[in-house]
Design a protein around this ligand. Structure first.
Ligand code: 5GP
Length: 193
């Protein structure tokens, strides 16, 4: 999606540790007009696919998912990050290896909010190793619900997450796929289909 790629080129900053900072339009300040175009694009891509719920992960996925949900007429559930788990049987629990913070944390979703009849689109800001998406898929599986696909804003295409998921037969639709990014020059290249 050219609009997103242009913003990444003009405002994205490549940080040591293979982190792309997009604080000025996604991760801190949220550009709602851009989110709106992203939502419209996912709707175009997933047109005709039954989707009644969007599942994302706090915090950065929430804004994107909320705007996209308006196009799908879907509700949004976000997995909460937690250190302590009250295992009272009311929650679906999975774990994520954080790419940006290099630690493992739990994510939980109340059993009330995902049911077997749900057709779920997962949305997140980044795809790197695939740990966040895999945890959300695990929760969908625990609930006996169906995964309709995965919508990602920025995929780091040189990392294994995208291939891992697509090799499992999952439909992953990323709006920008980065092929390389160099922390020294700041150069970013995108995959062209
Ligand atoms: P994964 O679980 O696929 O390894 O990483 C995806 C998660 O890590 C996303 O939810 C996102 O928050 C974070 N992440 C991964 N790479 C980046 C990055 O380059 N920049 C930012 N801002 N977040 C990232």
């Amino acid at each position: 999606m050219k609009l997103l790629e242009d913003r990444i080129i003009s405002e994205g900053r490549v940080k040591p540790g293979d982190v792309l900072k997009v604080d000025s339009f996604i991760n801190h300040r949220m550009d709602i007009q851009l989110f709106n175009e992203m939502g419209r694009e996912w709707k175009r891509i997933f047109d005709g696919v039954p989707i009644n719920k969007i599942l994302t992960i706090e915090a950065s996925g929430i804004g994107i998912a909320a705007i996209a949900a308006q196009y799908f007429n879907a509700s949004v559930v976000f997995a909460k990050k937690t250190r302590t788990i009250n295992l009272d049987g009311e929650l679906y629990v999975s774990s994520v290896e954080s790419f940006t913070h290099q630690c493992t944390y739990s994510v939980v979703v109340s059993k009330k909010f995902i049911v077997p009849s749900d057709n779920i689109l997962i949305i997140d800001d980044f795809l790197a190793n695939g740990s966040a998406v895999t945890a959300l898929m695990d929760i969908i599986g625990q609930a006996g619900a169906s995964l309709a696909g995965v919508g990602i804003a920025i995929e780091k295409g040189y990392m294994p997450g995208g291939r891992l998921l697509r090799d499992m037969g999952i439909r992953v639709e990323s709006l920008a796929i980065i092929d390389s990014m160099d922390p020294v020059s700041g150069n970013i290249t995108f995959r062209r289909n």
